[in-house]
Design a protein around this ligand. Sequence first.
Ligand SMILES: Nc1ncnc2c1ncn2[C@@H]1O[C@H](COP(=O)(O)OP(=O)(O)OP(=O)(O)O)[C@@H](O)[C@H]1O
Ligand SMILES: [Mg+2]
Length: 231
Amino acid sequence: MPTVVMASSKGGAGKTTAAITLASELSRQGEEKDVKVALIDADPNKHGAKWAKKPGCPGNLNVYESDEETIIDDIEKAEDENAFVIVDLEGTASIAVANAVSRADLVIIPCQGSQDDADEAVKTIKLLRQQSKAFRRKIAYSVLFTRTSAAIVPRTLKFIVSQFKDAGVDVFNVSLIEKDAYKAVRSYGGIVNNLDPKEVSGIEVTASNAKAYAEEVKRKLKEIMSGDSDG
Ligand SMILES: Nc1ncnc2c1ncn2[C@@H]1O[C@H](COP(=O)(O)OP(=O)(O)OP(=O)(O)O)[C@@H](O)[C@H]1O
Ligand SMILES: [Mg+2]
């Protein structure tokens, strides 16, 4: 326990990056005490599982490859066996998506900072609200901006964030910045912190961004689990 699900109906929004980054950082933090973390890859393309098969994957990270038929059982099993469960999904509305969000403690909706992407995130939010009604269960969700500029917050992004906030949608304070190191782990394997600075630039900045993101996820989960959340 708990389960965090990445969902967005838009392909390429940054779900797998958000899932791998969270799984890597929580595994890194829990490595010494052998705190187990689960990454459930329920996307038929299996991008997350492919990353985990490369060298350097943390030893305390357990990877489960799921489909729409097995995902609920896999989430239950992973919740029993791990301190955190992270689910990566495909970029379309599917039975696997519906099943996964039915078990989520927190749904993260990755979104790039354009109006088109924000409109797609709204579609995902509508789907979550439908699922919430269907399952008669509150589903907490939060929008995570991805691939943002490290240097400045563009005015458009600020405007989009304010639109969500005005609509009562929870938005992460932290965003995942656009960094080569996030791409590099997908090629080389392993976690950002262990990349070779001779091969990849910006490792420290990226590692600190990943940490801030994981801290905010943990904070949100704490609030949700203690019943303080209004999200
Ligand atoms: N913060 C980032 N910095 C640099 N590159 C990024 C970042 N986030 C995502 N990318 C790149 O953008 C592409 C799409 O990201 P990702 O695979 O995470 O999206 P996705 O939502 O999982 O896509 P799909 O719907 O196809 O599964 C990838 O090539 C990834 O490396
Ligand atoms: Mg993906």
